[in-house]
Design a protein around this ligand. Structure first.
Ligand code: 13P
Ligand code: SF4
Length: 305
């Protein structure tokens, strides 16, 4: 089938099945272009819960579809590529987290949404890259465990120095491929450019940034800024939205290594096939779902700074 026919057929099936197509900001351009809603992990999980659609087609990775299933138990959640996982989410498991909790009794666990439902269920509260600082500030306790992203944790810790963090040693392999010398070299070549990066970057990279934010924060920041050139330190898929929403500005990817293989798996064919077969469905066992939901609900109740 040619691409235009695939697009038409996907739109037809979405309507027929009362389905909504969600795409994370790192998805391939053609997937973002076709989606009903694009956004970061926080926005998409909120939209997934709000929608009247009976079916959610989640173009992202497994933990995102799980979050949609946790927040929308009566909807069918489809993940077009069952093999789209997240190596950072897989770096923390329930037993490991339980062991760490035993070493720090009474210390609350803040878990980044880039984690499995089972790990969320072991946590006191979740956070995303957009609200990590607000979530940490909202805790009554002075000490906290932060899992699984050591880089997001260290970035949040810089903004909330009064708190004591115990870091899980996880990281995003895609963001860790960007190093400080690449940024310094690019800044020398483009002295008029601002450097904007994601908090999943290593501390020696994020310290060089003019602005650190989630994927949803990047486009508004670049739009409002008087600068016209930006070096971007996050996964390459974000360039689609940045260029689409800021056509008069220039965006330079900080490293050719900023491509997440999992985020690039989902193609239009996969979306079509999943709508035809209504598979793969992502579900979460009810006991896990209820505990994970409590951690997500606590996060959603935290006012944004
Ligand atoms: P956000 O879109 O929430 O900033 O997340 C980045 C990411 O790595 C998702 O996998
Ligand atoms: Fe996971 Fe990093 Fe890929 Fe996001 S970009 S899905 S955190 S590996």
């Amino acid at each position: 089938m040619i691409t235009d026919d695939i697009r038409t057929e996907i739109r037809h099936l979405l309507k027929e099945k009362n389905a909504v197509l969600l795409a994370h900001n790192y998805m391939r351009d053609e997937v973002q272009e076709l989606a009903d809603i694009t956004g970061d992990s926080l926005q998409l999980s909120i939209e997934a819960a709000k929608t009247d659609a009976e079916v959610i087609v989640f173009c992202g990775v497994h933990f995102m579809a799980e979050s949609a299933a946790i927040l929308s138990p009566r909807k069918t959640v489809l993940l077009p590529r069952a093999d789209a996982g997240c190596p950072m989410a897989d770096m923390v498991d329930v037993n490991g987290l339980r062991n760490l909790k035993q070493q720090h009794p009474g210390v609350p666990v803040v878990t980044y949404v880039n984690s499995t439902a089972a790990v969320k269920a072991e946590s006191d509260i979740c956070c995303t890259s957009a609200n990590a600082v607000s979530v940490v500030r909202s805790l009554q306790q002075q000490k906290l465990i932060f899992a699984p992203d050591r880089n997001l944790g260290r970035w949040a810790a810089r903004s909330v120095p009064e708190k004591e963090f115990v870091f899980w040693d996880g990281y995003c392999p895609t963001h860790e491929r960007l190093n400080a010398s690449q940024v310094i070299e690019l800044k020398a070549v483009h002295p008029d450019a601002l450097f904007v990066c994601h908090p999943e970057c290593t501390p020696d990279v994020s310290v060089l940034a003019d602005h650190v934010c989630s994927t949803s924060g990047m486009s508004p920041y670049c739009a409002k800024s008087p600068a016209v050139k930006f070096i971007i330190g996050t996964e390459a898929g974000i360039l689609f939205k940045l260029r689409d929403e800021n056509p008069d500005k220039e965006f330079i990817l900080a490293s050719p290594g900023l491509i997440c293989p999992n985020m690039k798996l989902t193609a239009l064919d996969d979306i079509l096939n999943c709508l035809i077969n209504m598979q793969p469905v992502v579900t979460v066992p009810e006991d896990v779902r209820l505990k994970a939901r409590a951690a997500l609900d606590k996060m959603l109740a935290v006012p944004r700074d």
